[in-house]
Design a protein around this ligand. Structure first.
Ligand SMILES: Cc1ncc(COP(=O)(O)O)c(C=O)c1O
Length: 440
């Protein structure tokens, strides 16, 4: 499976964005996250075009939790995207990247006072409220500054999409948002309506992540419009924005079949139009906030193969120089990945192996992947690691987090430096009484 600009070059090496990955590994070291800029831009353009063609009053947001740093903010700005920010740290990064804050939406299920303050003071476009406590906090922040803040309310439509249970978020039993069927959502809106420094402009939902079927997205769109009608009837509030979240799946494995941007837009907008007509509502501005669908397939992690160990009759472990610290998803949700030997990309696939990480955990990255004959020193490329790998990376076992390079038309540029061993110590403090004795 070759994704985005991935090709096999004349040397039989995997190339991405016109850069030889074996050369990238040599130059920047491994593990290394490689991001394919052309693929990221193409995904933004395809999603925007599919939506804007069918529904001109729409805005595509990029969910920065999937991949966040200064460079991606600049790319998203250039592509005319908005940002779905899920924390004060993400908001701060967007601000420092010079991103137009009016195109940002701040999410989160437990926003702190400092996060709300930062968001309001930096001119964030909308705050997506999750609960009534946040309403009180935001009312205080906005009132103190003499502002009226535009807000959406996150609601849970009661939909359980087909995906891993840890990334289902639209069902009633969730920490996110207020339930429609429990009556909490309408009650929350009534509360917000009574707060003078909050201006309710819309509703938000996000039903889950890495969803391959379109039914749940269409159903969510329909349910949200029905709820918008209830809100109009019971509270006399016009829903002028509807944010239907993210969640579209991507290709991790050869036989994964994520929906195309066209099919995705068609399903959502058909559902939306039907219900809008039925309930005689004005057409709200429509937002979607994909993360994985924009950056997932654009990312590849390069590792150097080290120990190769056989458990006779059971499996062969091929260990790499990273693991759960740079990709916790297999350990967290049993996520599946594809890989190829970057320096033997055209060699015949002769063996089935398990790719193991090097942490003090059973951090197997991939079970049963077909590889050619490999040896220590070879470069392994794990595909579709652009979303929720770099942003979920940790320093577990005091591993330094890898660098991120952006590749484009034969050029590679570092957009996040590799951490150093001294970076690991930079936040440690040693109290005087624990200093090593200077006397021998
Ligand atoms: C509120 C919200 N919006 C958008 C997203 C992005 O989801 P995905 O990367 O699957 O598109 C998430 C992911 O968890 C989310 O929680």
């Amino acid at each position: 499976m070759l994704l985005g600009t991935q090709r096999i070059n004349a040397q039989g090496h995997l190339a991405i964005g016109g850069c030889d990955t074996v050369e990238l590994a040599r130059q920047y070291g491994t593990p290394l996250y490689v991001m394919d800029e052309a693929d990221i831009r193409q995904k933004c353009r395809a999603l925007r075009a599919a939506y804007e063609k069918r529904y001109p009053n729409s805005l595509m947001l990029f969910a920065t939790k999937s991949f966040m740093n200064l460079a991606i903010c600049r790319i998203m700005d250039e592509e005319g995207m908005g940002l779905d920010l899920s924390s004060g740290g993400e908001a701060y990064t967007a601000l420092k990247a010079g991103f137009p804050m009016e195109r940002t939406y701040l999410h989160g299920n437990n926003k702190s006072m400092w996060e709300l303050t930062l968001a309001v003071e930096s001119g964030v476009g909308r705050i997506v409220l999750d609960n009534e406590r946040e309403m009180d906090l935001l009312q205080a922040v906005a009132a103190e500054r003499g502002l009226v803040q535009d807000v959406l309310l996150r609601v849970t439509p009661g939909i359980k999409p087909q995906t891993h249970s840890f990334i289902q978020t639209g069902q009633i039993d969730t920490k996110f948002g207020l339930g429609i069927s429990t009556g909490y959502a309408i009650k929350g809106l009534a509360t917000a309506k009574g707060l003078p420094n909050l201006n309710i402009v819309g509703l938000h939902c996000h039903i889950g992540s890495n969803i391959m079927g379109l039914d749940s997205f269409e159903m969510a769109a329909r349910m949200m419009i029905r709820f918008a009608a209830q809100v109009r009837d019971e509270l006399d509030i016009t829903i002028s924005e509807l944010d239907l979240g993210g969640g579209v799946g991507v290709r991790y494995m050869e036989d994964d079949q994520p929906p195309s941007p066209e099919d995705y837009a068609e399903a959502v907008i058909t559902g939306l139009h039907d219900e809008i007509e039925k309930y005689r509502l004005p057409h709200p501005r429509l937002l979607q906030e994909p993360g994985r669908a924009i950056v997932g397939e654009a990312g590849t992690t390069l590792y150097t193969i080290g120990t190769i160990k056989d458990v006779p009759g059971i499996r062969r472990y091929v260990s790499v120089d990273g693991g759960m610290s740079d990709n916790p998803r297999p350990t967290l949700y049993d996520a599946k990945y594809s890989a190829l030997a970057a320096n033997r990309a055209s060699a015949p696939l002769t063996q089935k192996v398990t790719v193991a990480g090097k942490h003090c955990e059973c951090d197997n990255l991939i079970f049963d992947v077909q590889l050619p004959e490999v040896e220590p020193g070879d470069i392994l490329a794990v595909q579709t690691t652009g979303a929720y790998n770099y942003t979920m990376a940790s320093n577990y076992n005091r591993f330094t987090r890898p660098a991120v390079v952006l590749v484009h038309e034969g050029t590679a540029e570092v957009i996040v430096e590799r951490e150093t061993l001294d970076d690991l110590l930079s936040h440690d403090r040693l109290p005087e009484r624990l200093q090593p004795s200077v006397t021998a």
